[in-house]
Write a protein of this length. Structure first.
Length: 255
């Protein structure tokens, strides 16, 4: 008599299938994901005393559950908001999520892209393989998407090909928020962003004060050549905005 109990395995599988179509209760689905290893472990323990056929069927169930689970995990992340996203990423394995999140970057809904980008940014270098999928989003017509793409590259893209030139180009975006995030991201990349010193110097003339401020700070963070940037930063001390004067003084001291 087979000990493979489909009623034990079907409930979490049903949860996965249902969640894959649209997550309304991410906490409930997350509980299913956390419970699944326990259920599978129980099945494996039972299989130790039975034949190869039972073990094969269990293995197939595991593979299907993992496949469904990954899709659900990615959907949970895409649907999470604010602090929920950080909480979920504490429980869900980053590396297994990256492939699904890369696919989600082509989502037709901008907020699906936004949350996926935020999740990748939180993963940091572990999500580096997603850089080729993030780069084109710097030119996305939605400012919400393009600015999150810039922020994500500053977190995951250190030393990745094409990141610094693309962020330098984004300093000329038509969206002020994207220009700000690009300047901030270049600063986060530190020394690897030194080739972007000239575009950052140009950003000191941006029409938006918060972009000028971040450009000044990033010039200090990347450790650019003092002879190249100090004269321009010192001229920023005449800026009408005290935040920019303060950032320029800090940057001169940093280099």
């Amino acid at each position: 008599m087979s000990v493979f109990r489909w009623p034990v395995v079907l409930p979490p599988a049903f949860c996965f299938a249902r969640a894959g179509g649209g997550l309304r209760d991410s906490r409930g689905v997350l509980k299913c994901l956390l419970l699944l290893p326990v259920l599978i472990s129980a099945q494996l323990c039972s299989a130790e005393e039975h034949g190869a056929e039972t073990s094969r069927r269990i293995q197939l169930t595991i593979e299907e559950s993992v496949r469904l689970g990954r899709a659900v995990e990615a959907n949970i992340v895409r649907g999470a908001k604010g602090d929920e996203l950080a909480t979920l990423l504490k429980y869900l394995p980053a590396r297994s999520l990256v492939p699904s999140l890369r696919e989600a970057l082509s989502d037709r809904h901008e907020w699906g892209k936004v949350n996926s980008l935020r999740a990748l940014a939180m993963m940091g270098p572990a999500a580096r393989e997603a850089v080729p999928d993030i780069l084109p989003l710097l030119d996305d017509p939605s400012v919400y998407v393009s600015r999150e793409a810039a922020a994500a590259l500053g977190s995951v893209g250190a030393d990745a090909d094409g990141v610094v030139p693309s962020l330098a180009k984004a300093l000329q975006s038509g969206h002020a928020d994207t220009r700000f995030r690009a300047a901030e991201a270049l600063g986060n990349l530190r020394k690897s962003a030194r080739p972007a010193a000239v575009p950052l110097l140009a950003a000191l003339r941006d029409s938006r004060e918060y972009v000028r401020r971040e450009a000044a700070r990033s010039l200090g963070k990347i450790g650019a050549d003092p002879a190249q940037i100090a004269p321009r930063l010192l001229r920023q001390l005449k800026d009408a905005k005290w935040e920019i004067r303060q950032a320029s003084v800090w940057a001169v001291g940093a280099v």
